[in-house]
Design a protein around this ligand. Sequence first.
Ligand SMILES: NC(=O)c1ccc[n+]([C@@H]2O[C@H](COP(=O)([O-])OP(=O)(O)OC[C@H]3O[C@@H](n4cnc5c(N)ncnc54)[C@H](OP(=O)(O)O)[C@@H]3O)[C@@H](O)[C@H]2O)c1
Length: 244
Amino acid sequence: MNPSPIDREQPLAGIVALVTGGSGGIGLAITRRLGRMGARVSICGKNPSKLDRAAAELRAAGIEVLALQTDVTRADQIAGLVRKSQQTFGPIDILVNNAGIGLFGPFQEKSEADWDAVLNTNLKSVFLVSREVAPEMIRRKSGHIINISSLAGKNTFANGAIYCASKWGLMGLTGCLAEELRAHGIRVSVICPGSVATDFSGQSVKDPSKALQADDVAHAVAALVTQAPGSFISEVHIRPTRKP
Ligand SMILES: NC(=O)c1ccc[n+]([C@@H]2O[C@H](COP(=O)([O-])OP(=O)(O)OC[C@H]3O[C@@H](n4cnc5c(N)ncnc54)[C@H](OP(=O)(O)O)[C@@H]3O)[C@@H](O)[C@H]2O)c1
């Protein structure tokens, strides 16, 4: 059967997504893309005015969005986020664990609080949010979890100790979740972008024209969630065509 024009344009009609850190940068681009494909999307972030701006922009584009101020390092707040999303839109089909922060510099100058902030935001949060969302996916025997890691989760570089540790950890966590959840019909994937032109943790890339765009990551997410159900792409590396 040929899909109708609407099906082709909105392959995610009826689908519910949750994008952590959907209020800015890569997460906002992913939310926009999933929304345009027909999904209803819940987003979260810590900064309420940033969330309000993102929600207004998405709604103006005709996207159904629920924006909730949530700190993804806090299990109690995550439980509230998932509950509210389920009450508003129904069970979550797609979870994108995107929220993340970066702290760079000589490791001996970093504090224990720096370590905790980065590891809790980039790694522990993925455990906490996935743990909250997975039971309903297991019950429904379907779902897709996409974790936004980084090429810093595959490589090492000076001044990247804490960030690289968090993203290497995320690679391991993703692999284990993929193995556990595939038996339940749930696909877990990880995307590893190189430098992306966002205001990541207040830092800008040197030459945005040679960096990836947030939309490049959104494109990869769209490809993953439209794959035929019998297989899944477990790991995606994204590099700019022109070398920075
Ligand atoms: N930019 C790059 O070069 C690059 C490359 C590879 C991978 N990545 C990864 O891509 C992801 C997104 O990065 P980005 O470049 O889009 O950064 P960004 O522009 O700084 O956006 C990060 C998002 O995460 C949210 N966030 C941060 N901490 C949070 C917390 N504790 N609870 C809830 N939300 C939180 C932020 O909201 P608030 O500001 O309101 O907290 C914001 O919406 C990160 O995981 C990052 O490691 C980035």
